[in-house]
Write a protein that binds this ligand. Structure first.
Ligand code: NOJ
Length: 539
């Protein structure tokens, strides 16, 4: 029987690093793996997270900033080399940090040797490693599938006279996971990194790898609300019934789990799976703890900031997570506008409290702990291919350099170097160095929440229970483990709210979002200002 509290990916906190923007060590304006090594003490000691997830660092033409991989078993020279990667893993492990790496199994770069071979001729042995189809008699695409990044999911190849499938950019052709050779090659990739000591994988668009075998046309969408990555542009005009998530996908993740379980200790997997249907989403846990350890849960990320909406989502997650499974929550990542940009600085503090106190693994996004916001970048200077193709979808705004100091280039890169994306104007006061000196900063709030979480079994692995009755605009819940009881109360409304929690007995405040309230509180009369949150212990 596994011990819930000792499994790091259940009790710990994951921190996402977007290597390009995290820390530059060689003054080329681009973050790199040595930069991550240089910040390892910050991650392990100053901040106090338990695992890092590295977004792709593989060789890549960077058409989609690393999510177009041209070699799965190496490091892009911009980021370092395999020896640097090995040093990164050792530096992390020496400090007790786990390392999760991003893997992109749905598509390669069009510059990957597999695709170069595949497109070289119709009878090349790797032709079937990708999905090639003839045009319809009128020359049109084989079906009506659309690419997430805009336009058709099919690209015509003049030389061999067929279309190939790409769910994202045409520079990201989809692998054909129905081909056993592809499965073997990709499982070997997983093994390559496992043997190098990684602790787990974040699997890019994990559900996309298996499509309908007949490639049937997708139906038209009538309500345009499928909970997709971002149903913007024409992508939302069809229901994505046949172009991903075919039930055969479960066999693949079952096999992956078998591989992960052969390592000691077993390695971890989390899938990027945007799905609105809770039951379909939860099916990726497997039927018997035998597929992914977790499908990422993005539901709060796209929800309106309302206590009742959040509560309903949390309760759905609690209900749908299988008994052996473990929930998780995400409020920010490299694809979405920054938390502080979406909700403002005060709600960003509440978001930190919520994320670090719910039942489930929290994943933090680098820079959110400083309260970094979105940076407006004129369209002509934007680099993200999605933003350039579909107005309003640009992700550069939330990928700008990490703000470390008030000095030149915020300490991200050397003075005089132009960072690959512009720095936020606010970096002189929104940065690690400055905020460490301010006891009430959002960074110190994150640190306090993280250090308390480390001490609290109730927060790490206790049960979750919504508390009633409370004012409508408040989200209040109990986390409980043996005789430890922690109550979290968040006022998500516009006016002061009063709570009566006297039925729990005596309470003491451990953390307040404003970092100024502490100690005993009258449990029958707890006033919460708008945007305020409290973590309290039943004493
Ligand atoms: C999801 C990733 O998070 C995103 O950044 C990327 O562009 C797409 N998958 C395509 O790989």
């Amino acid at each position: 029987m596994e011990n819930r509290s000792t499994l790091w990916w259940k009790s710990g906190v994951v921190y996402q690093i977007y290597p390009r923007s995290f820390q530059d060590s060689n003054a080329d304006g681009i973050g790199d793996l040595q930069g991550v090594i240089n910040r390892m003490d910050y991650l392990a000691k100053t901040l106090g997270v338990d695992a890092i997830w590295l977004s792709p660092f593989y060789p890549s033409p960077q058409a989609d900033f690393g999510y177009d991989v041209s070699d799965y078993c190496d490091v892009n020279p911009e980021f370092g080399d395999l020896a640097t990667f090995d040093r990164l893993v050792s530096a992390a492990h020496e400090r007790g940090l786990k390392v999760i790496i991003d893997i992109v199994p749905n598509h390669t770069s069009d510059q990957h040797p597999w695709f170069i071979e595949s497109r070289s001729s119709r009878d090349n042995p790797k032709r079937d490693w990708y999905t090639w189809r003839d045009a319809k008699p009128d020359g049109k695409e084989p079906n009506n599938w659309l690419a997430v990044f805009g336009g058709s999911a099919w690209e015509w190849d003049e030389k061999t006279g067929q279309y190939y499938l790409h769910s994202f950019l045409k520079e990201q052709p989809d692998l054909n996971w129905r081909n056993p050779e592809v499965q073997k090659a990709m499982f070997d990739v997983y093994r390559f990194w496992l043997d190098r000591g990684v602790d787990g994988f974040r699997i890019d668009v994990a559900h996309y790898i298996m499509k309908d075998p007949e490639l049937k046309d997708n139906p038209k969408n009538t309500d345009n609300s499928q909970g997709e990555l971002k149903p913007t542009g024409d992508y939302g005009s069809i229901v994505h019934l046949y172009d991903k998530g075919h039930p055969d996908v479960h066999k693949i993740y079952h096999e992956l789990r078998t591989i992960l379980d052969t390592y000691s200790p077993p390695r971890f997997s989390v899938g990027e799976i945007h799905l609105k249907d809770w039951n379909e989403w939860a099916s990726y846990y497997g039927k018997n703890n035998d597929e992914l350890h977790m499908p990422f849960n993005f539901a709060l990320l796209v929800a309106p900031w309302k206590a009742q909406v959040f509560r309903k989502i949390i309760e759905s997650v609690e209900k749908v997570t299988p008994p052996w499974g473990w929930p998780n929550y995400v409020l920010g990542n490299h694809d979405e506008p920054r938390i502080a940009g979406r909700y403002g600085p005060d709600k960003a503090r509440q978001a930190a409290m919520l994320l670090l106190t719910l039942r489930g693994t929290p994943t933090l996004y680098n820079g959110d702990e400083f309260g970094q916001t979105n940076v407006e970048i004129p369209l002509e200077e934007q680099k993200d291919p999605w933003g350039k193709r579909v107005p309003g979808t640009g992700r550069d705004q939330n990928r700008t350099p990490n703000q470390w100091t008030s000095g030149p280039n915020a300490g991200f890169t050397a003075e005089g170097v132009t960072p690959w994306l512009p720095l936020a104007d606010d970096y002189k006061t929104v940065n690690m160095e400055y905020e460490l000196k301010d006891p009430t900063s959002i960074l110190n709030l994150y640190r306090k929440l993280l250090s308390f979480r480390k001490l609290s079994k109730a927060l790490q692995s206790g049960t979750y229970q919504s508390i009633d009755p409370v004012p409508q605009e408040c989200l209040v819940y109990l986390r409980e483990f043996e005789n430890e009881k922690i109550i979290v109360a968040l006022n998500m409304g516009e006016t002061t709210a009063r709570l009566d929690l006297h039925r729990f007995g005596r309470l003491e405040i451990i953390v307040s979002t404003g970092m100024e309230r502490a100690g005993k509180v009258n449990p029958s009369l707890i006033d919460l200002s708008p945007d305020e949150g409290l973590v309290m212990r039943v004493i």
